[in-house]
Write a protein that binds this ligand. Structure first.
Ligand code: PEP
Ligand code: MG
Length: 747
């Protein structure tokens, strides 16, 4: 390599491969590798620095520097030239290291004698593993060819680290993903889980980074790229009349798949001695390193496309599909960049927990995870690069914290917490059949929210007295095409069968805002939450509304039926929808279908305006259910999906409770049945205050019924009401402190 010839670099790779195959222990192997590289580069020094933890690099092997500094010399990310190579994932090549920016003198190594410095990041798919350095006395800049050759070597070292080739004595020899890590994300579904990692899309393992015959490899690459191109073209053809964004992504794929630059770089890597898959991975690693440095969202997206494409190419080359033969562990915690609701449903309740690198609190996958009551943490940066199949993992869905490969003390504390939660669950199970009556004799009706077939067993297990909100849109959201009427009839009938005569409130399609049907034309709106959604869509697209109403009537097949329209902002909308129900009933009758034994049609109160509707509306509507999630966001003008503001206003804020009280009063004047079905109904203290304000039906996630019931059974609503009223008179902003104080004194 001193003379920069290809054959020299291939020779080095061949010797590295022999090293990989040898029986040597981790340290010995590293020592021999530094010797090999220094020799091949005709440099006095070659050193390998590996990460000890995510911030600290440690000198792990050297040829040329003082041997006693091995495992002693350390630097933090960004510190010295080595630290800078790691931090910026960039090569540093300088003939005069001591005068280079960021140089830090490390006396223990004896490096002062060396003038030129070449540092190359060792990284694998965006994961920083360490730095490879060569130094020499002669003040010279390393040639582009030498830099390139050393990059190829660094790539092979990264693969060797991935395969555990350096595992041995000393933590610094372990690749990062053998150390324990704590990652923080966003809590999306509460609960705790302990288990083992199951990668939804496992990374492809390249077991042969070095290849003997470049011609064979070039041929393999070109065949695989051809297969990839054909695949992308086919996808493009199939999506011609599909979604615009999807088309754009596919166009970008096609552009990359046909990119000469991309091909040329991979071909060069192969001619240096890399296998076809290692060449693809090297390109992918570099794209990922660039990705972490680009802030322009458009460019980032394109780099992400390239990343995706490389994955496809790797799967073609290695023949590894998503199924790499690993077995689902008995306690799987699913780890993925993202996952669609359909895929998640396929795993179903087998999963103990879910950790997503992307995802969001309002995503469809989250909706499914919630329905299945599987603890979920979203926005967990780096999880897919850090986690390996089978890793021990703890998921705290309450706090949004993930412990990967945890230390024993952490495991102990976590298990204590889980045991406490399990005890509480046992207590709740013992009151499952008890009717909810407060100490001062108020009967509260606790019902559940549902939306998927997977929810149905909870009707029995939670002790819910019925379904207060069946979100019919979930069935639409998890599919790729509009369901047929007949399918809906079958689904709704199953729900009613499972309810065994208990009341089920079917909410008609509530789409728009964050709930976008993938197969329906998407209209870009400046403020979707205030836009074309729910009943507004229903009234404008009567065909879909009629189809759903028909399906509900047919599913009821003579049984009682309850229908609720979402997001009614003014009485007229309800009247128009009610008119559709009556028309559909008349049509069904004409067609000879059985009509529901009773029909109850209600409205969701989710905008403040409806609370001030004329009395006539309250007299006519069958019932009202307060959609607290939406109502609260409009009452406080605080987006429920926006992390910056969504927790800013307390439900126990005096203004909000006073508003709720007003709704209760209006309903009681007309005798209109009233319920509350937002998330707050499932929070014990909030539920208690809502009951104290006069709500007698609360609809919540099944898992919340136990905790809410347990508190209500112990409480006196009259006392709570007095506490709220006193706090209000004292001019407090929220009644929470006063209520919490009272609760503490009770125990
Ligand atoms: C609500 O807004 O409170 C509600 C129950 O409906 P969703 O959460 O489905 O919008
Ligand atoms: Mg709503």
């Amino acid at each position: 390599m001193a003379d920069g010839t290809e054959s020299e670099s291939r020779k080095l790779l061949r010797r590295l491969r022999e090293e990989m195959a040898s029986e040597a222990a981790g340290q010995e192997r590293l020592d021999r590798i530094t010797h090999l590289i220094a020799d091949s580069m005709a440099s006095e020094v070659c050193s390998i620095y590996l990460f000890r933890d995510s911030e600290t690099l440690e000198l792990c092997a050297t040829e040329g520097l003082a041997p006693e500094s091995v495992h002693k010399t350390r630097m933090r990310m960004g510190e010295g030239l080595v630290g800078r190579v790691a931090m910026y994932s960039k090569v540093i090549n300088t003939p005069d290291a001591p005068s280079a920016k960021g140089f830090r003198y490390m006396p223990e190594t004896g490096e002062e004698r060396y003038s030129s410095f070449l540092g190359i990041p060792i990284q694998r798919l965006g994961e920083k593993l360490g730095v490879l350095v060569v130094q020499s006395r002669e003040a010279r800049e390393f040639s582009a060819d030498e830099v390139y050759a050393l990059e190829v070597v660094a790539m092979v070292l990264a693969e060797m680290a991935e395969l555990g080739a350096f595992v041995g004595e000393g933590a610094a020899l372990s690749p990062l993903h053998q150390q324990s890590v704590v990652l923080t994300g966003g809590p999306a579904q509460e609960g705790s889980a302990e288990g083992h990692v199951w990668l939804h899309e496992p990374r492809v393992v390249v077991t042969n980074p070095i290849a003997e015959d470049p011609h064979t490899e070039l041929e393999r690459l070109s065949e695989a790229v051809e297969e990839l191109r054909v695949g992308v073209d086919k996808m493009l053809e199939m999506s011609q009349d599909g979604d615009k964004e999807q088309l754009q992504v596919l166009e970008a794929y096609r552009m990359f798949a046909n990119s000469r630059g991309w091909m040329r770089r991979m071909e060069e890597d192969i001619s240096r001695g890399l296998s076809a898959e290692a060449a693809v991975e090297k390109e992918q690693s570099q794209a990922r390193a660039r990705m972490s440095q680009v802030s322009d969202p458009y460019l980032r997206e394109r780099l992400a496309d390239l990343d995706d494409l490389s994955n496809r190419l790797l799967r073609i080359l290695t023949g590894q599909g998503n199924n790499i033969g690993a077995e689902l562990p008995p306690d799987p915690i699913l780890v993925a960049r993202n996952i669609g609701p359909g895929d998640l449903l396929e795993y179903g309740r087998a999963l103990k927990g879910i950790v997503l690198e992307e995802g969001s609190v309002g995503s469809h996958a989250t909706i499914v995870a919630r329905a299945l009551a599987i603890p979920l943490v979203v926005h967990t940066g780096r999880i897919t690069t850090e986690a390996l199949n089978g890793d021990h993992i703890l998921v705290d869905g309450d706090q949004g914290v993930v412990h990967l490969r945890p230390e024993d003390t952490v495991v102990g504390a976590f298990r204590d917490k889980m045991a406490m939660q399990a005890k509480a669950q046992e207590r709740y199970a013992s009151i499952r059949e008890t009717l909810t009556e407060t100490r001062d004799g108020h009967r509260i009706n606790l019902v559940m929210n549902a939306g998927l077939m997977a929810d149905l067993p909870s009707l029995e297990s939670s002790g819910a007295e019925g379904v207060g909100l069946f979100r019919t849109e979930l069935q639409f959201l998890i599919r790729n095409q509009m369901p047929k009427r007949q399918e809906l009839v079958a689904q709704y009938a199953r729900v009613l069968d499972a309810a065994k005569g208990k009341r089920v409130v079917f909410r008609t399609l509530d789409i728009g805002s964050d709930k976008v049907l993938p197969y329906m034309k998407h209209v870009a709106e400046p403020n979707p939450a205030l836009g074309w959604r729910a009943i507004r869509v229903g009234l404008d697209k009567r065909g879909v509304m009629r189809m759903q109403l028909q399906a509900l009537i047919r599913a009821a097949n003579g049984r009682p039926l309850t229908i609720m329209f979402p997001f009614v902002a003014q009485a007229e909308e309800f009247h128009a929808a009610r008119f559709e129900v009556d028309k559909t009933i008349a049509r069904e009758k004409r067609l000879g279908h059985a009509l529901p034994e009773t029909l109850d049609v209600g409205a969701m109160l989710e905008t403040p305006s409806l609370a001030f509707a004329p009395q006539k509306f309250f007299d006519e509507v069958g019932f009202i259910s307060v959609g607290g999630n939406d109502l609260k966001q409009f009452f406080f003008a605080a987006d429920r999906e926006n992390e910056l503001v969504r927790r800013r206003y307390d439900t126990l804020n005096v203004s909000f409770l006073t508003f709720i009280e007003r709704i209760v009063e209006r309903c009681s004047i007309s005798g209109t049945p009233l319920s509350f079905c937002g998330e707050d109904a499932g929070r014990p203290v909030e539920a208690l205050c809502l009951a104290a304000m006069g709500m007698r039906t609360l609809s919540m996630r099944p898992a919340s019924i136990g905790p809410v019931k347990s508190l209500l059974l112990r409480s006196d609503l009259g006392e709570i009401r007095k506490i709220i009223s006193d706090a209000r008179h004292r001019g407090e902003q929220s009644v929470r402190p006063a209520v919490m104080e009272w609760l503490r004194n009770q125990t």
